[in-house]
Design a binder for this molecule. Structure first.
Ligand code: AMP
Ligand code: MG
Length: 321
C-alpha cells in the first residue's frame, strides 16, 4: 500500500510537470501492481483504451502470480520444456541479453529468492542465511534455454520479469501512440516514457522523486521526445522487521536485498525495457561501479546516494529543486 501511495504521488508530480501548458487527456489505471497514468496530448482518447488493453494483455502473459501466464507455467514446469508465446520467448531472450550486459546484476532467475523473501505474496519474511545459500545455485540466467517458442528451466529455478515488464509494456504502448500519430507521456510506476513532441515544442520534464519524502522532488530531468526515464529505488517496496528495513531489489550474488550505497537510480535511454533492466542493475552495482557501468552500457543515469549526494553521467540535463 505504501508503495502505491508513493508511486501515485510521484506520477501526479510528473504529470503536473509535463503537461501544464498543453491540452491533454489522461487515463489512470492500476496494473502490474502499480498505479499508471497514460497521457495523450489530444482530446481523442481511443489510444488510451488501446494502451490499457495492451498493458492488461501483457500482465496476463507475464505475471508470476497469474497461474495461467506463460511465466507462471514456466515456473511450474519442473524442468520440462514449455511452449510460450513468441513474444514471451523474445522478452526472455532480451532479459538474458540484459543480464549478460550487466554481468548478472539484473538477473530474471532471481525469482526463488524473491519468493523466499515473500515479495510476490506480500507475506514477507527474513529467510535464514542457510536458506539463501541453498538458493544461490538456482539463480543463473545462463541456464534459461530458449529454442524458438520452447523454453526450459532446470527444476527448482524460476523466472521473474518484474524488473523489466513495466518498461517493456511502456515501449509497447508507445508503439500504439506512434501508430495513432499522437504524442504524450506514459508513467507506469517508476517508468516514464515520452512519445513524440510536446505541442508547444518544449522538451519534456520528468521529476525525480525524493526517496526520503514521497511528496517532494529532488529536481527535474529534461528529456527529448521518445526517451524513457526509469527509476529503481529501495523506497519503492520494502518491509520492516525487528527494526530492520528489507527492500525488494535483490543482489543475485547473495539472494538478499542488495547492500547498496544508493537509494535511487534513474536511467535514461531510448527504450523503457532497457532502462528498466539497467536501473535495477545499476542499483545493485552501487555508487562506485554504477557510473562506469552506465557508460559501458551507453545510457545516461542519475544516481541518488544514501548520503544525499546526486551523481549524473555527462550528458544528463538535471536541474535540482
Ligand atoms: P525494479 O523495481 O524494476 O528495480 O524491479 C524490482 C523487481 O524485480 C522486484 O520486485 C523483483 O520482483 C525483481 N527483482 C529483484 N531484484 C532483481 C534483480 N537483481 N534482477 C532482476 N529482477 C529483480
Ligand atoms: Mg527495473
Amino acid at each position: 500500500m505504501k508503495r502505491v501511495l508513493l508511486i501515485l504521488l510521484c506520477a501526479v508530480c510528473l504529470f503536473a510537470g509535463c503537461t501544464k501548458q498543453a491540452p491533454h487527456t489522461t487515463k489512470e489505471l492500476f496494473a502490474m501492481d502499480t498505479v499508471m497514468h497514460l497521457t495523450v496530448y489530444s482530446q481523442e482518447d481511443g489510444v488510451l483504451k488501446q494502451g490499457e488493453e495492451e498493458i492488461r494483455r501483457l500482465e496476463k502473459l507475464l505475471s508470476v502470480t497469474n497461474e495461467n501466464s506463460d511465466i507462471a507455467r514456466l515456473n511450474q514446469s519442473k524442468g520440462q520444456w514449455v511452449t510460450v508465446a513468441e513474444e514471451t520467448a523474445r522478452l526472455l531472450t532480451l532479459a538474458k541479453d540484459y543480464a549478460k550486459q550487466t554481468e548478472g546484476r539484473f538477473d530474471p532467475t532471481v525469482y526463488p529468492a524473491v519468493q523466499a523473501w515473500g515479495f510476490t505474496t506480500d507475506q514477507n519474511r527474513v529467510p535464514l542465511k542457510e536458506e539463501l545459500e541453498g538458493l544461490l545455485p538456482l539463480v543463473d540466467y545462463n541456464q534459461i534455454e530458449i529454442k524458438g517458442t520452447q523454453v526450459r528451466l532446470p527444476k527448482g529455478m524460476g523466472v521473474d520479469l518484474g524488473a523489466i515488464a513495466k518498461g517493456y509494456a511502456a515501449d509497447k504502448v508507445k508503439g500504439l501512440y506512434e501508430t495513432a500519430g499522437v504524442s504524450g507521456i506514459l508513467s507506469l510506476g517508476g517508468n516514464v516514457l515520452t512519445v513524440g513532441q510536446k505541442p508547444d515544442g518544449t522538451p519534456f520534464s520528468v521529476a525525480i522523486q525524493d526517496p526520503a519524502n514521497a511528496a517532494d522532488t529532488l529536481g527535474v530531468l529534461t528529456v527529448t521526445g521518445g526517451q524513457a526515464a526509469v527509476t529503481s529505488g529501495d523506497y519503492q517496496r520494502y518491509f520492516e522487521q525487528n527494526g530492520m528495513r528489507y527492500h525488494h531489489i535483490l543482489d543475485p550474488k547473495t539472494a538478499a536485498p542488495a547492500i547498496s550505497d544508493l537509494t535511487s537510480v534513474t536511467v535514461i535511454a531510448n527504450s523503457a525495457a532497457k532502462a528498466d533492466a539497467y536501473a535495477t542493475a545499476l542499483f545493485v552495482a552501487g555508487k562506485e561501479k554504477a557510473l562506469s557501468l552506465a557508460e559501458t552500457l551507453n545510457v545516461q543515469a542519475v544516481l541518488v546516494a544514501k548520503d544525499g549526494q546526486i551523481l549524473c553521467t555527462d550528458k544528463v540535463q538535471f536541474t535540482p529543486s
